[in-house]
Design a protein around this ligand. Sequence first.
Ligand SMILES: Cc1cc2nc3c(=O)[nH]c(=O)nc-3n(C[C@H](O)[C@H](O)[C@H](O)COP(=O)(O)O)c2cc1C
Length: 288
Amino acid sequence: MERTHPHLCKPLTVGKVTFRNRMMSAPLGATDITAEGSPGSRTQGFYELRARGGAAAVTVSELVVHPETDGSQMLKLSLLNRGQLGAFTYVADAIKRHGAVPSVELSHSGQYAGTYMVDKKGKQTLGQFGPSDSMRPDGLPVKALTTAQIAVIIEAYGEAAGLAKRAGFEMVMVHAGHSWLLNQFISPYFNKREDEYGGSFENRIRLAREVLTSVRAAVGAGFPLELRVSGSELFEGGYDLDEGCRLAHALEDLVDLIHVSAGSYQYGFSIISMTQKEPSPLCSPTAV
Ligand SMILES: Cc1cc2nc3c(=O)[nH]c(=O)nc-3n(C[C@H](O)[C@H](O)[C@H](O)COP(=O)(O)O)c2cc1C
C-alpha cells in the first residue's frame, strides 16, 4: 500500500481543516431516521464506528435540503423542528471525538424523490419535481421546476449548509451524482428545458454552479466543500466519461474536492460504483 499509494496515510490540509490521512468514508444511508428527519441513535453509532475505524472524514448521508419539493424520508435539518439541530450536533461530536472530520451530504432527489409529499389535508400529492415534465418508470408524473422554485432550492442548499456548520460539521458534500436533482439538470437524458437551465452544457451545469456558490457563501472560505459527481451515468442517453471529465473541470473552481463515483438511479443503485471501469486519458487521478 505504502508503495502504490505513497501519500495515502499522510495528513492533508484543505482550507482550514487538516485530515489525518486521505481515506474518507463515502456517504452511506442513515437508518433510524425520525419522522421529522433527525438522525437516531443507531445512525449516530453507525457513523461513529467509521470514525473509530480510522477514516479521515466521515460523510453523513443525504440531507434533503428542500422537503417542500422532495418528499423523501431522508435526513432533514431545520430550525423549525425543535431538537433537530441538537440531534445533528450529537452526530458531529461522535465523529469528531475519534479524530475524524464530520461531513454531511446535501441532496435533493428531484424527480426520484420518495412519495411522501402530502398536501395540507394529508393527501399524497400527484407527482415529483424535476428539470422537465415527464413520467417516471413507475408511472408517477414529473413536473418541471419553475425558475422561482429553482431559486428557492438554491437558497435552501445554502441554509442547510449553514445549519450543518452550526451543528459542528466541518465539511460539506454537495451531491450532484446518481440521478438526483443536480445530476438530472446536468444530464441531457433528463433535462429537456429550453430556458437558461437547459440545452447547452453551460446551461445544464448552471444549477450546480449556483448551488455551489450558495453553499460557499453560507460556509465561508476555508471550509472544505466537496462535490460528488457520477463520472459517467453508465446508461444509454446519459453522459459518458469524457463529459464527466468536462463536468469536473467546469465545476472545479467552486469546490475543494471532487468525489467521483459512477452510475445512476435510473437503472437501480446496483450500478452505483466507485470503480473506474474505462480509464480515460482525460482523467488521470492525482496520486493519493
Ligand atoms: C447501503 C448503501 C447506502 C448508500 N447511501 C448513499 C447515500 O446516502 N449517498 C450517496 O451519495 N451514496 C450512497 N451510497 C453509495 C456509496 O457511497 C458508494 O458510492 C457505493 O457503495 C459504491 O462504493 P464501492 O464501489 O466502494 O462499494 C450507498 C451505498 C450503499 C451500499
